[in-house]
Design a protein around this ligand. Structure first.
Ligand code: CTP
Ligand code: MG
Length: 334
């Protein structure tokens, strides 16, 4: 067996980095999209507090609209916080939203995190809404902090996300693949483990004395100013990072042995964590705030094999600087 290519030559590197810049500029959300998302939050806050006055209902954005990794067509992930417990029965929310002109309203009551899905015809936005699931707010803030530490993170992550969408690799619920959130953890851990690293581990940096914005203690060090520029000693270009991202997950990582841990900023032993005994444990990705959760368990053996082959395909194209081919839409076999 031949060793996978280790380096891009300068011509390939220049082409790949240039094509990545161009693609990034094309998929960055427009000002109009950002403004509609901001107006949407205000509109929901008005609707809900009008419907249930005096209950201090707050509307928070999380997911890609809150972590700087959305495109124009991303859904808005919304978390309502309120002491009013009956709202956790999301079908009540669903009715109120329908009464206020929202369309295609569906309530998914019996999920791990119950949600309401709907479409706002005025602002042309799709939304997934939950109540009081604040873990998602924290991990969104963590991603945003990582994105802001080094300017290569945003283009790299947005391009990898774009690839997962084109190749149908990001539907954890239906397709048995991985959520965007899981893919983002793979990218962050890759950047934490470069030599020298592009990103630190924010959970490992001292943070006990820092309180979160809402007065609670933060689970990670969110002192962005302290870490901005952390990755400077690493001089890899975007092209080199994309090449090495795919190389790591195509050939270098021993999936049998390791758990990907953003919390620790390194790989940790599957056996040490006793995860070698779990179901659907081919790909192990620790949720940074809840380390008992394996984000990779949405993929079973068959699905993992498919994902791994797709990563190898991506590496084989990126190593020839063929970004457009790498991002070609997957066509289901007839
Ligand atoms: N989330 C989570 N645990 C998961 C999946 C998601 O806590 N297993 C939370 C995270 O806060 C994540 C958010 O839900 O940021 C949205 O997840 P997802 O839709 O996968 O990621 P996005 O960044 O919103 O990507 P996309 O643009 O594809 O919607
Ligand atoms: Mg989302």
């Amino acid at each position: 067996k031949t060793m996978p290519k280790k380096f891009l030559n300068p011509v390939e590197e220049g082409k790949l980095s240039g094509d990545m810049r161009e693609l990034y500029d094309r998929i960055l959300p427009t000002k109009d999209s950002d403004e509609r998302r901001a107006r949407f939050v205000q509109k929901l806050e008005r609707i809900l507090n009008q419907q249930w006055p005096g209950n201090d209902i707050k509307v928070h954005v999380f997911g890609s609209s809150g972590n700087m990794l959305c495109t124009n067509d991303s859904d808005v992930d919304i978390c309502i916080t309120t002491p009013l417990k009956i709202l956790e029965r999301v079908c009540l929310l669903a009715n109120a939203l329908a009464d206020h002109g929202m369309e295609r309203v569906v309530c998914v009551q019996h999920a791990k995190v119950p949600i309401v899905k709907f479409w706002d015809p005025e602002l042309q936005l799709a939304c997934d809404m939950n109540v009081n699931n604040t873990l998602a707010l924290e991990n969104t803030r963590m991603i945003k902090t990582y994105v802001e530490i080094d300017e290569r993170v945003r283009p790299l992550a947005m391009i990898v996300k774009q690839w997962t969408k084109r190749r149908i690799l990001n539907d954890a619920a239906l397709g048995g693949t991985l959520s965007s959130y899981t893919w983002i953890c793979l990218i962050l851990n890759f950047l934490q483990t470069r030599n020298p690293p592009v990103l630190p581990s924010l959970h490992k940096k001292p943070h006990e004395l820092r309180a979160g914005s809402d007065g609670r203690r933060a689970g990670f060090n969110d002192d962005l100013e302290r870490f901005r520029g952390f990755g400077k000693p690493n001089t890899e270009t975007l092209g080199e990072l994309l090449f090495n991202f795919f190389r790591r997950y195509a050939y270098d990582l021993d999936y049998e042995k390791w758990v990907i841990s953003v919390r620790d900023g390194r790989l940790i032993s599957k056996e040490g964590k006793k995860w070698h005994l779990m179901q659907n444990n081919r790909l192990c990705v620790e949720e940074p705030f809840n380390t008992n959760r394996n984000l990779g368990n949405t993929a079973d053996d068959t699905s993992f094999r498919g994902i791994h082959l797709e990563i190898r395909r991506a590496f084989d194209l990126v190593k020839e600087a063929k970004l457009a081919n790498c991002l070609e839409q997957y066509e289901f076999p007839a």
